[in-house]
Design a protein around this ligand. Sequence first.
Ligand SMILES: *[C@@H]1O[C@H](CO)[C@@H](O)[C@H](O)[C@H]1NC(C)=O
Ligand SMILES: *[C@@H]1O[C@H](CO)[C@@H](O)[C@H](O)[C@H]1NC(C)=O
Ligand SMILES: *[C@@H]1O[C@H](CO)[C@@H](O)[C@H](O)[C@H]1NC(C)=O
Ligand SMILES: *[C@@H]1O[C@H](CO)[C@@H](O)[C@H](O)[C@H]1NC(C)=O
Ligand SMILES: *[C@@H]1O[C@H](CO)[C@@H](O)[C@H](O)[C@H]1NC(C)=O
Ligand SMILES: *[C@@H]1O[C@H](CO)[C@@H](O)[C@H](O)[C@H]1NC(C)=O
Ligand SMILES: *[C@@H]1O[C@H](CO)[C@@H](O)[C@H](O)[C@H]1NC(C)=O
Ligand SMILES: *[C@@H]1O[C@H](CO)[C@@H](O)[C@H](O)[C@H]1NC(C)=O
Length: 626
Amino acid sequence: MARWYCLPLILILIKGSFCGQWGAWMPQSIYALRDTCVAIPCKFDYPDDIRPSVVHGVWYFKSPYPKNLPPVVLRTKTNTAHESFQGRTQLLGDLHQRNCTIQIDRLSSEFQGKYYFRADLGGYNQYTYSEHSNLELLDNPSILSPDEIIVGSVAELTCYAPDNCPDMKPIVTWFRTEGLEQQSVFGKLQEDNYMWTMMSLLNFLPTHKNNGHTVGCKVNYPNTSLEYEAFTTLDVKYPPKIVEVNSSLETTEGAHLILLCVVESNPMSLVTWMKDDTVLKEDLSANLTLEFENVTHNYDGIYICIAENFYGKVNRSLGLAVMYAPWKPSVNTSILAIEGEPVTILCSTEGNPEPIITIMKGKSLLSTAIYENELLLELPEVSHEDDGEYWCVAENQYGRSSSSFNITIEFAPIVLPESKCTLARDTVQCMCEVKSNPEPVILFEIPEKDIIINETDREFVYSQRNGYTVSSILTIRREPSEDILVICSASNLYGTKVHELEFKDANNHIWGKVGPVGAVFIFAILIGVVGYMIQTRKKKNQNESSSFVQTENPPVMFSGDYEPKEKREKSQDEFHSVAEKMLLNKHKDPMELDVDYANIDFSRLRVKDNYPPTKETAEYAEIRMK
Ligand SMILES: *[C@@H]1O[C@H](CO)[C@@H](O)[C@H](O)[C@H]1NC(C)=O
Ligand SMILES: *[C@@H]1O[C@H](CO)[C@@H](O)[C@H](O)[C@H]1NC(C)=O
Ligand SMILES: *[C@@H]1O[C@H](CO)[C@@H](O)[C@H](O)[C@H]1NC(C)=O
Ligand SMILES: *[C@@H]1O[C@H](CO)[C@@H](O)[C@H](O)[C@H]1NC(C)=O
Ligand SMILES: *[C@@H]1O[C@H](CO)[C@@H](O)[C@H](O)[C@H]1NC(C)=O
Ligand SMILES: *[C@@H]1O[C@H](CO)[C@@H](O)[C@H](O)[C@H]1NC(C)=O
Ligand SMILES: *[C@@H]1O[C@H](CO)[C@@H](O)[C@H](O)[C@H]1NC(C)=O
Ligand SMILES: *[C@@H]1O[C@H](CO)[C@@H](O)[C@H](O)[C@H]1NC(C)=O
């Protein structure tokens, strides 16, 4: 007799050797889909010394002990069964072959449980095996997914259905597989310890779009309406994709901005907004916004959104250009230079877009830089004319700003051409107009008399400053016939300028009309008249004036003009009053004065033009010469 069930040896060893003694084998658990059928594979054995003439068997449900009266699934001797199993069961195996395989049809949940086999070899040779099989019913097939479905690498899904009933062969199919790329399906029947499983394998190439997609598996049985379904939702792992991010943009200061970075990934990515290697914001999120309440120029730059998960890392960048008006230019605050030196001025600012920078002095434009943040002005050799206030102006379409700075030039004195002496009756007014920085020391020299008068002699010299121009006026009283030469010398630490003051007529056109000969004639008359008057006045003033006598040769008498007003008013002398008018009138237009006294100019020198009037004739001094 072929004892197939003793082989293979491994099976026997695992399940326990029962060859030649009471023993049975059947699967501990067996599965079937609800409403289908199942065949429980079964083998049994008995001691070799028993030689039964006929072999019968009984399948019990739930209990192995006949005295407990368990439901009889099938009794072969009488071919009977408990009513619940009636017409549902049949023995497939040949008991003589020690094959106790049984089929149960139309399974419902009440049939779930343990099944026991009892061999009946006649007489007392009856034995219920302790080995039993537990039937479990399934509502659905099962789908097995790989641990990880990664985008780009082929994935395989498996759908299982038990296939243990020869009468009902399952057909396993897939559905809802739209969108799965490169899909292929093949079926496979697998046996494991006499238990069979029908499988369907679905292969596809996952894409990120498949994530979250539900795939279905269906089990059908031919010629029945039975249908079982199972579903699985795909969890496709994929590296992040930045699906939306703002493009580069331009803005102005003060703007309120929101930048958005939308990421798709599985699992969720760590999203980071960065600028210049600094993390601005970071979150495990599908979208990360960056909000700027109040944009300033510091926000200008490149922003990067980085998304990273286990499967990859991506980034996208955008440029944010913040436009703003130029800042107040910064420039050398004050520059002091000596005439002839080179001077370099740097005006720098910042603006976006880069501004047009100009350096101006007054209305004249000295230098321009277009679309630069700085402008360098080089003056190779400054002159006193470069002294003054300058402006650096920066402008772009968002605004304009400017800074001023001063260049101070130090230079040697320059005696201006306006300097001259003017004759008037018995006085000579010599004005020396000097431009200089720093302030000059001005000396008047009358070489013939060997007199040097400096401006600290407030009694005789009146000085007035206007910027770098100092006007020093010396008033001397002279004898009519005398010719004098007045030299003005101005000096500061950069040099000395000596200038012989020209004598000029207060009103040249008269001499033009009368001609030189006529002029000489008029002089003669006037010299006579004025000479007389001066003598008269001298006598009159002698006691009154707060004069002093310089003892050096020649004796010169100086007299101040600051005699009290009432004294001057008392004077009845016509000329005196005229002279006073000339010397003391502080309010009358000097031009008018010049015209009045044009005809008493005794000058024999070339006649030219008026010297610029000094508006404020505060103090005068007279030098009277004998
Ligand atoms: C027992 O009988 C069944 C039904 O005829 C058969 O499919 C199975 O192969 C048999 N088992 C063995 C071990 O021969
Ligand atoms: C299904 O039924 C048809 C006839 O109705 C029969 O030809 C076919 O063999 C049956 N198929 C199965 C698997 O029972
Ligand atoms: C950035 O993009 C988001 C979404 O498209 C938009 O709402 C937002 O206004 C954009 N930000 C700017 C500054 O354009
Ligand atoms: C924006 O910032 C600037 C400078 O910090 C400030 O002067 C201005 O008032 C702010 N504007 C708003 C709307 O907060
Ligand atoms: C952004 O990605 C590029 C390549 O795509 C890489 O070279 C660069 O280093 C990344 N930048 C950052 C900040 O990660
Ligand atoms: C002005 O500043 C610039 C830059 O600081 C410097 O190079 C230049 O010499 C300065 N000019 C003067 C006159 O100080
Ligand atoms: C430049 O000089 C002017 C006049 O002397 C003065 O008002 C101004 O404040 C000076 N500017 C600077 C920047 O020193
Ligand atoms: C100017 O004159 C005064 C008095 O006459 C004298 O003390 C002073 O030294 C003089 N200054 C110069 C620079 O000559």
